[in-house]
Design a protein around this ligand. Structure first.
Ligand code: PGA
Length: 258
């Protein structure tokens, strides 16, 4: 497999947290990290003020939405279109986060349509996949993740599949303080790359992040693995200095050369 397509990314998913005050404090901590793309996912309401605050300090940090609707416009009260995110200066979108799959009952098919909508609007989607504890205990973890991925790859061109960024987020590791073990992460990241590679002609290695209780300590071990291209961080990324510590750990893992 070639490494040409792989990127290094550390991203913060603020979930339903944040305020204008928090933004002001947060951006003061941000600094570029060589070789590592930094992305912040605030609530949709705070996307525009965050973009302005980042511009004001000339931070080279990208911003994205935590979700997008699959339609471009229409009578969908309360929803946000991918084009609107792009309009505000957003460049990324999380799609298929397990909290959306669970609390908003998003199906694999809807997630696939949202990935298509994100690409159509020029956003970089981060597709979240991951099994529940019951699915892992039943020995179905890889099959569940393969199903989640295939539903999306079936809806995409080969070129789009190559541009996809995937975050493996086991549901049981999110917000629990119990990160997956490195062995579990490596096994699943390899499986994810196989599924994506099988969906296109030719060899390529997808960019695959890990998410689920990542913090300053476990990030060092996670990023030491050549199979881990970065992280999608929730709780530990709600403070700018903690986010930066994790981002620097990615750089310090010394993987810039691939
Ligand atoms: P966590 O969340 O880091 O708080 O576990 C990660 C995520 O849900 O993306």
């Amino acid at each position: 497999m070639t490494d040409t397509a792989r990127r290094q990314i550390v991203a913060a998913n603020w979930k339903m947290h944040g305020s204008l005050d928090m933004i002001q404090g947060y951006v003061g901590h941000l600094q570029p990290v060589e070789g590592v793309e930094l992305v912040l996912f605030p609530p949709a309401t705070h996307l525009a003020p965050l973009v302005s605050a980042l511009d004001a300090v000339e931070a080279r940090v990208a911003v994205g939405a935590q979700d997008v609707h699959d339609k471009e416009a229409g009578a969908y009260t309360g929803e946000v279109a991918a084009t609107m995110v792009a309009d505000l200066g957003g460049r990324w979108a999380i799609v298929g986060h397990s909290e959306r799959r669970r609390y908003a009952a998003e199906s694999d098919e809807l997630v696939a349509a949202k990935v298509v909508a994100a690409f159509r609007a020029g956003l970089q989607p981060v597709l979240c996949v991951g099994e529940t504890l019951e699915e892992r205990q039943a020995g179905d973890a890889e099959a569940v993740v393969a199903r989640q991925l295939s539903c999306v790859t079936n809806a995409l061109s080969a070129e789009a599949i190559r541009r996809l960024v995937v975050a493996y987020e086991p549901v049981w590791a999110i917000g629990t303080g119990h990160s997956a073990t490195l062995a579990q992460v490596e096994t699943m990241h390899s499986a994810i790359r196989r599924v994506l590679n099988d969906a296109v002609d030719g060899e390529f290695a997808a960019t695959v992040l890990y998410g689920g209780s990542v913090n300053e300590k476990n990030a060092i071990e996670l990023f030491s693995s050549s199979l881990v291209d970065g992280a999608l961080v929730g709780g530990a990324a709600l403070a700018g200095e903690r986010f930066m510590t994790i981002a620097r750990a990615m750089h310090e893992a010394g993987r810039a050369a691939g």
